[in-house]
Design a protein around this ligand. Structure first.
Ligand code: SER
Length: 340
C-alpha cells in the first residue's frame, strides 16, 4: 500500500520551516519534503521522506507518485521578487513551469485516487501593482480583484499561477469527452503580506528589510534599510502564516467563494519597525540607505490589504497583532536564537 502523504515543495524555505514544525507537532501527517537544497537537519526527523530535487525534474515528480499517495500539496517553492529580477527567465521557469508541473501531478493524482488532491498555494502582495504613490494613498486596503498590474517577474508569476490554479481546478481539458466526469485538483491560494520569522531569514524578497532589520540588530550587525522610512507594507509573523495555510486547507470547499484570499495582520512603516528594533536592541546600527530600484517595487505594493473574504469564508483571524508579534514572539525568540 502506498502511504498517504502531504507533499511540501520548497520545504527548506521560511514557510517550509514553520509549516513542517507545525504539522509534525500537531498532526499525524506523513510529510514528504522536497527542496533543491538538503533539508535542515532539525526538520528531518519530522518528515517521512526528504528529497533533494528540482520541481522542474519531471522524472523525479513521476517517481514521487509511484511511491506516495499525495493527499495535499503545499507548493511553497519559488524565487522571490528581488532575486527573480536578476534572472527573470529562470525565475519564470521555476515559478510558473514548476507550478504547472505540480498542478498536473495533482490533477493526475486526483483522477487516480477518485478524490481531489488539495493544492495550497502561497501567492503574495507582489501580485498587486499600484500605478503611483498617490493612487496607493487613495486606494486604502486592496481587495483581491484590484490592481492586477504587477511590475516584477515574481508578481506576474504569482498572479498567473493563481489563474493557472483556477484553470486546473475548474476548466482542465474542458473539451475532453469525459469532461466533468473526472476529479480535478482542489486549488486554494493565499496572498501573503511580508512575512517575518524568528527562526529563519528570508532570501531574495523585497519585503525583507523588515526581518533583516530585526535579525541584524539582534546579531549586532550594521544594516542599511533599502526603503524610505515612510514605506508601509502589511506584515505577518510566521505562526500566523502557518495558521492561515492550515485553516484554508481544512475548510470544506463548499464554504469557499474564491480561489485566492488576502490575509493580513498589521501594517507598519519602515520607521516604525526601526523604532521597535532600536528600542529592543539599543546598540543596533541601522541606517536608511534607499535603493531606488527596490523602492520602486515596494511602492507598487499596497499598504494594506482587505481580508474580509478570508474572515468570512474560513474564519481567518490573526493571533498576533503588532504588539504581540514583536513582544511575545519575535524579540524573545530572536534573543534566544542569538543568545543575547
Ligand atoms: N516577501 C515577498 C517578496 O518580497 C513578497 O511575497 O518577494
Amino acid at each position: 500500500m502506498r502511504q498517504k502523504v502531504v507533499l511540501i515543495t520548497g520545504a527548506n524555505g521560511e514557510i517550509g520551516h514553520g509549516l513542517i514544525r507545525f504539522l509534525a507537532e500537531n498532526t499525524d501527517a506523513n510529510i514528504v519534503a522536497l527542496d533543491v537544497v538538503p533539508l535542515d537537519k532539525a526538520l528531518r526527523p519530522m518528515c517521512s521522506t526528504y528529497i533533494v530535487g528540482d520541481i522542474l525534474d519531471q522524472m523525479l515528480l513521476g517517481r514521487l507518485v509511484v511511491e506516495h499517495e499525495i493527499a495535499t500539496i503545499y507548493h511553497l517553492a519559488s524565487i522571490l521578487s528581488t532575486k527573480a529580477e536578476y534572472n527573470p527567465e529562470t525565475a519564470h521557469r521555476i515559478n510558473v513551469e514548476g507550478t504547472m508541473n505540480l498542478l498536473r501531478l495533482a490533477v493526475e493524482q486526483s483522477q487516480w485516487q477518485g478524490t481531489s488532491v488539495k493544492f495550497i498555494y502561497p501567492s503574495s502582495i507582489a501580485a498587486y501593482g499600484i500605478s503611483s504613490l498617490e493612487e496607493k494613498a487613495r486606494t486604502g486596503a486592496a481587495k483581491e480583484e484590484e490592481w492586477h498590474y504587477p511590475t516584477t517577474m515574481y508578481g506576474c508569476n504569482k498572479l498567473y499561477c493563481e489563474h493557472l490554479g483556477r484553470y486546473y481546478d475548474s476548466y482542465y481539458r474542458q473539451l475532453a469527452a469525459d469532461c466533468g466526469g473526472t476529479e480535478t485538483v482542489d486549488f486554494r491560494a493565499i496572498r501573503f503580506p511580508g512575512l517575518i520569522s524568528a527562526e529563519t531569514m528570508p532570501t531574495g524578497g523585497t519585503s525583507d528589510y523588515g526581518p533583516e532589520m530585526l535579525h541584524a540588530a539582534a546579531k549586532g550587525e550594521t544594516y542599511n534599510c533599502f526603503v524610505r522610512p515612510d514605506t508601509t507594507l502589511p506584515f505577518m509573523v510566521m505562526p500566523d502564516a502557518v495558521k492561515a495555510l492550515i485553516l484554508l486547507e481544512a475548510v470544506p470547499k463548499s464554504r469557499l467563494t474564491k480561489f485566492v484570499y488576502n490575509v493580513t495582520s498589521f501594517s507598519l512603516s519602515a520607521q516604525a519597525i526601526f523604532d521597535i528594533v532600536q528600542e529592543a536592541f539599543p546598540d543596533a546600527n541601522i541606517q536608511f540607505a534607499v535603493d531606488e530600484c527596490r523602492q520602486k517595487i515596494v511602492d507598487t505594493w499596497p499598504e494594506e490589504v482587505d481580508d474580509t473574504a478570508a474572515c468570512q469564508d474560513w474564519d481567518w483571524e490573526p493571533d498576533y497583532d503588532c504588539d504581540r508579534s514583536f513582544n511575545d514572539y519575535l524579540i524573545p525568540a530572536i534573543r534566544d536564537r542569538y543568545q543575547i
